[in-house]
Design a protein around this ligand. Sequence first.
Ligand code: GDP
Length: 396
Amino acid sequence: MGRKEDNIAKAATLVNKAESIRNIDIAAHIDHGKTTLSDNLIAGAGMMSEDLAGKQLMLDYDEQEQARGITINAANASMVHQVDGKDYLINLIDTPGHVDFGGDVTRAMRAVDGCIIVVDSVEGVMPQTETVIRQALREYVKPTMFINKVDRLINELKLNSEEMQKKFIKIINDVNKLIAKYAPDKFKKEWELSVQNGKVSFGSAYNNWAISVPAMKVFNVNFNDIVSMVREGKQKELAKKAPLHKIILNMVVHHLPDPKQASEYRIPNVWHGDLESQVGKSMMVCDTKGPLAMMITKIIVDPHAGEIAVGRVFSGSLTKGQELYISSASGKFKIQTIAMMVGPDRIQVDSIPAGNIAAVIGLKSAIAGSTVSAVADMEPFEPMTHYTDPVVTLAI
Ligand code: GDP
């Protein structure tokens, strides 16, 4: 079995272990490196050839996207990553990076519990950085950060290790100001980013290396080593010593919540029905045996399969042949096909339990934002608020 097939087989088992799942997205100002990072994470996790990463924009599979060079299709790519001998399933939702597609960003945020905010180290925090942070925090999505394009600080701006660290601190402070401003009160302190707590990584998505303070010991690399290796043109060597996907996915596993942990505080924020009802109780604990409740975050039109609804299962298990209600549509709809999405591949499965992202054929009247449920009169999920970029941003 190839690595990709092996990972797909593992993923099919991991969908049943909530504590081993992380639903995340990558959020960034345009051109800060979200696509490059997504590609290289997927390649690093063995889901596509490493040679193709960065060249074949795996998540950008619409021709329109290719032509515009902008990621507009919020697709999903599942990856398997091992930390301390344990396998994890990372469901990475691709979110658009462009302001025009803000509605899609917001919807994708509903499906995830954590995010990686990417900030270009040369440009720092930009207006769309603020917008995506605000959207994430509004949805109670916990942040981590990747400071990208560090190679440019070294090769183009000629910064030394100390100057580079000053730049990082400025970016972290700016992002923390936004977290202090937009995070739910109870998480303002807990979700603060710092170099020491390991919720921030630095590196070059393009050149495939990264580092975080906790990873420095484990991978035996410090800031001075990075500066000298980049200056000496040894970024390939650095990518072997401190591989981007390992550092970033370790950060994700260690610092972002699993769907069960997240449901407890996210459900009351995104669903205003009766938390004491059967479906309410089930969603709060991500019960795979409860009544089915799912929110559709994206409709993909496939030339062969037709309309595919993609969304997050919050309660119960989505099963082939199940008949479900869709908010604002009358009657029941039969689930024909269920799949996990691995980049452009759809891997068909018989069932997907709560805590996961699923692609479904059969929900004909569903639109992005629809609530799908086994309960006839289920209170729909809250509509998602979309923010446009701020007129006044931080003084940076
Ligand atoms: P997105 O708009 O956020 O998806 O950004 P992209 O991933 O498309 O990257 C924007 C540009 O920055 C592309 O030309 C990338 O090749 C480049 N880029 C991304 N990461 C790095 C990096 O680590 N170093 C350098 N020098 N360029 C990068």
